[in-house]
Design a protein around this ligand. Structure first.
Ligand SMILES: [Zn+2]
Length: 205
């Protein structure tokens, strides 16, 4: 594959959500179902600068976040996330992305190459204050979410990318790049794609 093709593919797959602190969580109605058609593990990985700093700086209840994602965004489409492992990644470069403005995506995918687990979705968390232009990133079973956006539509958006979705122009679509405050739905075709990705991830390892 020549360099141009690789670059074009990278543009298609590497996506981010611009930081927008005004977005409001949507889908006020929580919907839980007992046995979603497709389930997949999701690991929560706290990015830390050194062993001297503890993951408690993120002050996150992981199970509550998974319930939030399931109830507000995914169970209604018969997709369920199961909390896998909670782990840490010591990585200064990723912990503070301010020095990498414009190349956050390549830094993210490079720095997580060794730590992501291939039989699940891997959600990396960093501090919002340590990025300049992004709220999150997603591709190839991996999502990076800045802590202030964990309970915003950024989270299902980046998970959508991690499960193979591209952007969509409709403003009410979770995969829309603009107006993050109005993102509510996934389309049938997007749900189908995510289920296929889950099937592939779960069956290939
Ligand atoms: Zn995106």
């Amino acid at each position: 594959m020549n360099l141009l093709k690789i670059m074009a593919l990278a543009c298609l797959f590497i996506c981010c959500t611009a930081a927008d602190d005004d977005q409001i969580p949507l889908n006020p109605k929580l919907i839980f179902i007992d046995n979603p058609e497709k389930t997949i593990k999701i690991d929560i990985i706290y990015v830390l600068p050194s062993t001297q700093i503890n993951q408690s700086i993120y002050n996150l209840n992981e199970m509550d976040l998974i319930n939030h994602l399931n109830g507000r965004f995914f169970h209604r489409y018969n997709i369920g996330f199961i909390l896998g492992e909670t782990r840490t990644l010591i990585n200064k470069e990723l912990y503070d992305l301010r020095d990498n403005r414009g190349s956050e995506a390549s830094v993210f995918f490079m720095e997580t190459k060794e730590s992501y687990k291939k039989d699940r979705v891997n959600m990396y968390i960093i501090k919002r204050d340590h990025t300049i232009g992004i709220a999150g990133l997603g591709r190839n079973q991996r999502a990076l979410i800045t802590d202030k956006f964990l309970y915003k539509t950024t989270c299902p958006h980046e998970i959508g990318h991690a499960l193979g979705l591209f952007h969509h122009a409709d403003e009410n679509n979770i995969m829309c790049q603009i107006n993050s405050h109005s993102r509510i739905i996934f389309l049938d075709s997007q749900v189908k794609k995510m289920k296929e990705s889950i099937q592939k991830i779960n069956s290939s390892y």
